[in-house]
Design a protein around this ligand. Structure first.
Ligand SMILES: [Zn+2]
Length: 166
């Protein structure tokens, strides 16, 4: 006597049995509701995978909190990330320099050079940028004496002023 295998359980709810299919394709879900819910979950996981790299700089504890917010309150995640970013001492100076390269801008010369410098850090404090530019000032680096000291100083003043206003 053959013993029937117990019916497979739904891959999503793990509760209801999967109805026997007649076609060649094996069914995996108990019904359309579970099939759609599983699809939505896969889509959400894909989205999370693209968002998660933005947590990478935070401590494991903070990353776990952000992961939880993303999964339960995704609508407020951008605000939380913006608030966290505003608290960081290292500022996104390089991205800002990109917008300062226009002719007639008194800091354009420095902005053009720093933006084109692939090693110029994305973020930092005024002190860390001062160190960087000092280490890359002629004759060993790409920044002239004029750009290096005063150029960075003036650019940072404008940048800090702009951040205060936003
Ligand atoms: Zn189900």
């Amino acid at each position: 006597m053959m013993i029937d295998a117990p019916p497979a359980l739904c891959k999503h709810c793990h509760t209801n049995p999967v109805p026997q299919g007649r076609g060649p394709q094996r069914r995996e879900y108990c019904g359309d509701a579970c099939k759609q819910a599983a699809w939505r979950e896969r889509e959400a996981e894909k989205r999370y995978a693209t968002i998660r790299p933005r947590f990478a700089g935070y401590t494991p504890q903070t990353q776990a909190i952000l992961e939880g917010i993303m999964r339960t309150h995704e609508d407020v995640l951008e605000q939380v990330l913006a608030a966290l970013d505003a608290e960081r001492p290292d500022r996104p100076f390089k991205a800002w320099l990109r917008s300062q390269r226009g002719r007639g801008n008194p800091i354009a010369e420095f902005a053009v050079k720093a933006w084109a410098d692939p090693q110029f850090p994305e973020r930092g404090t005024e002190a860390s940028y001062r160190e960087y530019v000092k280490a890359h000032t002629l004759p060993y680096g790409i920044y002239s004496n004029f750009e290096g000291g005063p150029g960075l100083h003036n650019a940072w003043l404008n940048f800090a002023e702009g951040e205060k206003q936003s």
